[in-house]
Design a protein around this ligand. Structure first.
Ligand code: SAH
Length: 370
């Protein structure tokens, strides 16, 4: 059956509402509180897209619901599958804005990379998404919908207890999640709810370029794993790569990591480090990284630079990456080199960019017809 995607003007979409909002909506509709709990189960555990399928509700009530509400997903305007099995969905919202969501299957897990904004304001100089203007924050419902669309496509309803294809979620898609904290938090609470999508906070990682004042709140309120896009060990270099560094320099960022609620040896903070030829890849950089991380339960993720059209950087050679990794590893930190996934469909780190967004002048790309 086709999944409904378009809003009828007079109907409110229930998919993406949190517990409180759904309960309030049902109360206003004159339904008893347990109805909201039943709906929750159908929407987030069973993935229902049609009131008629909700067989634990009376037929009369189902019909009444259908007169006022709908159960919709954003439109999937394009699906691409990489030769390595990575899948990328381009989602289109009713205002024609688009974002990308990526599923990365591995032997023992499946990671869903979720976007938090349309475009990004950060302008990191090595990131493709950064060449795209920020158009807007995603609503909580639009963030949750990315998980639900993956579940639809992978046939994962009702939420399985075992052998899931979406085991982990990383907020590493388009956007800076800590610049859209309220909506991200609301969405993650829905995603983590054990009676629904039921993905544990231990399996969720939020990645930030370093919005220092929001880091503590994220740890205290959500308790998810933290990843930090560090990428450089000196402020002058990081200022160029991640301009947010001018506001929150390395020392402040690392202090926020040192005191991140919930970080421990069992739950380390991930430091992402993109390997850029001749920019941040020397053995001295690796040694400085080790010095900076002292006292932080940390692991380092070395990301070979993923090229995109017009990028002003190159990836380092494998021996250079290996030498860097060896120094970090010898100091007692795990420092795996992340195998690029989905490069052929521009789904790898930093390659996401939805064509519907007006490109910057320097970009030279045509506007899409959207
Ligand atoms: N704004 C958040 C979330 C984006 S995560 C953040 O900065 O953490 C995307 C990750 O991919 C970040 O670590 C980002 O720095 C990295 N990245 C961006 N462009 C890349 C590229 N071209 N090659 C490899 N990694 C890249």
């Amino acid at each position: 059956m086709a999944i409904p995607t378009r809003s009828a003007a007079s109907c409110r979409n229930l998919v993406g509402l949190g517990r409180t909002a759904l309960a309030a909506e049902m109360a206003a509709f004159g339904a008893e509180p347990f109805r909201a709990r039943q709906l929750w189960h159908w929407i987030y555990h069973r993935g229902a897209t049609d009131f008629a399928a909700m067989t634990s509700l009376s037929k009369v009530f189902r019909e009444r619901l259908a007169t006022r509400y709908e159960l919709c997903r954003p439109l999937v305007s394009r699906t691409l599958t990489s030769i390595d099995g990575t899948r990328k969905w381009l989602l289109r919202f009713p205002d024609a804005q688009e974002v990308e969501t990526v599923h990365i299957p591995e032997e023992d897990r499946g990671t869903l990379c979720v976007s938090s904004q349309v475009g990004c304001t950060l302008t990191c100089s090595f990131c493709h998404t950064g060449t795209q203007r920020l158009v807007r924050n995603l609503a909580a419902a639009e963030i949750v919908a990315q998980v639900m669309i993956a579940r639809d496509a992978l046939g994962e309803w009702p939420s399985p207890q075992h052998d899931r294809q979406v085991t982990n979620i990383v907020l590493m898609g388009m956007g800076e999640p800590l610049f859209n904290y309220e909506n991200v938090a609301e969405a993650l609470k829905i995603v983590m709810d054990p009676e629904g999508l039921s993905i544990s906070r231990r399996k969720i990682t939020l990645s930030t370029a370093g919005v220092v004042p929001m880091i503590r709140r994220c740890g205290a309120e959500l308790g998810v794993n933290l990843a930090v896009s560090l990428h450089a060990v000196r402020d002058d270099v990081r200022d160029r790569l991640v301009p947010l560094n001018r506001k929150y320099p390395i020392a402040e960022l690392l202090e926020a990591c040192r005191t991140y609620p919930g970080a421990s040896n069992a739950r380390r903070i991930t430091f992402e480090y993109v390997m850029l030829k001749g920019v941040n890849d020397s053995p001295a950089d690796a040694r400085e990284l080790v010095r900076l991380l002292a006292g932080i339960p940390a692991k380092v993720n070395l990301i070979p630079f993923n090229p995109w059209p017009g990028a002003p950087y190159e990836c380092c050679s494998e021996p250079v990456i290996e030498a860097f990794s060896d120094i970090v590893f010898a100091a007692g930190y795990s420092a795996p080199v992340r195998t690029p996934r989905g490069r052929d469909i521009l789904a790898a780190c930093g390659q996401l960019k939805s064509a519907s967004v007006r490109p910057c002048k320097s970009d030279g790309e045509p506007l899409s017809a959207a």
